[in-house]
Ligand binder design. Sequence first.
Ligand SMILES: NC(=O)C1=CN([C@@H]2O[C@H](COP(=O)(O)OP(=O)(O)OC[C@H]3O[C@@H](n4cnc5c(N)ncnc54)[C@H](OP(=O)(O)O)[C@@H]3O)[C@@H](O)[C@H]2O)C=CC1
Ligand SMILES: O=C1OC[C@@H](O)[C@H](O)[C@H]1O
Length: 366
Amino acid sequence: MAAQTPFTLRWGIMATGGIADLFARDLLKDPATRDVSDVAHVVQAVASSSSLDKAKAFADQITEGKPHSISSYGSYKELVEDPKVDIIYVATPHSHHYECSLLALRAGKNVCCEKPFTINAEQTKHLIAVAREKNLFLMEAVWTRFFPLSLAMQRMLFEEKILGKIHRVAVDFGLAFDIHNISDKHRIVNPELGGGALLDLGIYCLTWVMMTCFQNPENEGERPLVTGDMLKTPLTGVDEFTTMSLMFPKIQVSAVATTNITVRSPETFARIQGEKGDLTVQWSPFRPESLTLELLGQEPKKMPFHIPGHGMFWEADACARAIRDGKKESDGCKLSESLMVMEIMDGIRKENDLVYPGTLENVEKY
Ligand SMILES: NC(=O)C1=CN([C@@H]2O[C@H](COP(=O)(O)OP(=O)(O)OC[C@H]3O[C@@H](n4cnc5c(N)ncnc54)[C@H](OP(=O)(O)O)[C@@H]3O)[C@@H](O)[C@H]2O)C=CC1
Ligand SMILES: O=C1OC[C@@H](O)[C@H](O)[C@H]1O
């Protein structure tokens, strides 16, 4: 039987920083290397807000000097106006996600925007409203949700019920940014770029809590009761340490999530404890490679999950499948969940008086 022609999605990469590079390189990987044949990707165009030369250099860099036909633009506006681009990957700092996603949606482009979706929940709501009004696909790029490990873990917990009743979840994600020696302009500490632990790293902790608690079918979509505490860095006033408590009354599960930008989390960053034992997940919280089952009375069993590349292609494949099928959001990263996570983070920031400066929290009129 003849092989089916894959559905090919043509990407426009908005920004030329660290994650844009990793994402674009993953798009260029042959899908066969991850056993995918129904969808494929093309890096159609790239844009830099700073200069055309930067965009051109980025295109050469991701193709490693090989001949290519990627269009380069010296502005984001030109990128979203390219008729050959189907979807924009927004890879700017947090502070710019909202305006960049709006720019793309208003130009009629589908959007996959880096995490955190926006600075606050009102901005996320607005993006969702614009996407719906324009009948476009929109997704927050929470790539971790699409990893084989994440999907296997959910099958084990919810279909095989390998731990029996789940009682408790603990997740920690910290990175040692050496904040006393980096520039206060670095995006991780700079309030003007939406810096701080919660929005950058805490969102992954919340992702693990959503995947292990909120998405438990027995939870039936009930929202957790949330409280949180922050310790802010005297350097710039953003949160250096944030601790969150998330209680799920319907399933009687308690979750604790901790995040910080000063010390690296230990190798085992997540522990799910149930009546039959524990399931732990090993580094990293954003790109998980192995989990361990520690069932009562049995030897621990470590299960590695191979990642044939950086692992960002799985979320790209999900975008392609959704768009191919005429869907306006991905089942793997629902807009309602992205909005809930933004609302949780808003609530914790409010409890701790963390407000971003200038116009960062503004929402354009609907
Ligand atoms: N999924 C993941 O694992 C990761 C996700 N991220 C997310 O991706 C986003 C970008 O992070 P990262 O790539 O590390 O950041 P970088 O600082 O490396 O790159 C950001 C890029 O955004 C563009 N940009 C536009 N406006 C500004 C501005 N005012 N200040 C600085 N840069 C600007 C620049 O490109 P240009 O000048 O060409 O327009 C710049 O290169 C963040 O929101 C972060 O949360 C980050 C790392 C990992
Ligand atoms: O998403 C992310 O994951 C990896 C971290 O290095 C980075 O700061 C963060 O944005």
